[in-house]
Design a protein around this ligand. Structure first.
Ligand SMILES: [Cu+2]
Length: 183
């Protein structure tokens, strides 16, 4: 069993103290991913993934110092030095490894969501190895991010994102380091 306690990020932008917990339970060949979160920007879909380093360095959550352009925002690109890159998505089909997909969890009107997905660990390991060349997920060296603020939220042009995806979609709003725990 692995657990990440999710702490808020970019609270000045969201006006919210987004928190949550991600749990990873391994039972034989199955991996069950549970994420619960609250105080999210409501009524919208939130991207969520684990991020990490291809070379298996230890990913950590960004702090205020990650805001290297001093625009008051820790954008997705600014998380890369501490947290690595986007690795495995938590939507309807994590094994697909597709990052752009419209089946991530949607926060309810009260700003919460519950996500639960069980996948074949063998299939996920194989997809992960194909994408990143690692044979093991190495969960305890990864971090979980929840992303996304309301599309109507104004951001400075300096808030960077991936490709053509609006920065509102990828802005990190919660992060947690995954730790191994005894069952
Ligand atoms: Cu992510």
């Amino acid at each position: 069993m692995y657990v990440a306690t999710l702490h808020p990020l970019n609270t000045k932008v969201t006006g919210l103290e987004t928190t949550g917990e991600a749990r990873f339970s391994i039972n034989g060949d199955t991996l069950t991913i549970d994420v619960s979160a609250e105080k999210l920007p409501p009524d919208m879909m939130h991207l969520q993934h684990f991020h990490g380093f291809k070379d298996n360095g230890d990913a950590t959550c960004p702090t205020e110092t990650a805001d290297v352009n001093h625009d008051g925002i820790i954008d997705l690109i600014e998380t890369e030095p501490t947290s690595g890159t986007t690795m495995v998505p938590f939507h309807d089909d994590p094994v697909s490894m597709e990052i752009v997909r419209d089946t991530y969890p949607k926060a309810s009107a009260d700003g919460t969501f519950q996500y639960k997905k069980t996948v074949s660990l063998k299939d996920l390991d194989a997809a992960f190895a194909k994408a990143f060349g690692n044979k093991d997920l190495d969960l305890d060296r990864r971090v979980v991010f929840i992303h996304g603020i309301l599309a109507s939220t104004e951001l400075p042009a300096s808030a960077a994102s991936l490709g053509t995806i609006p920065a509102q979609v990828t802005l990190p709003i919660a992060c947690g380091e995954i730790k191994r725990v005894q069952q």
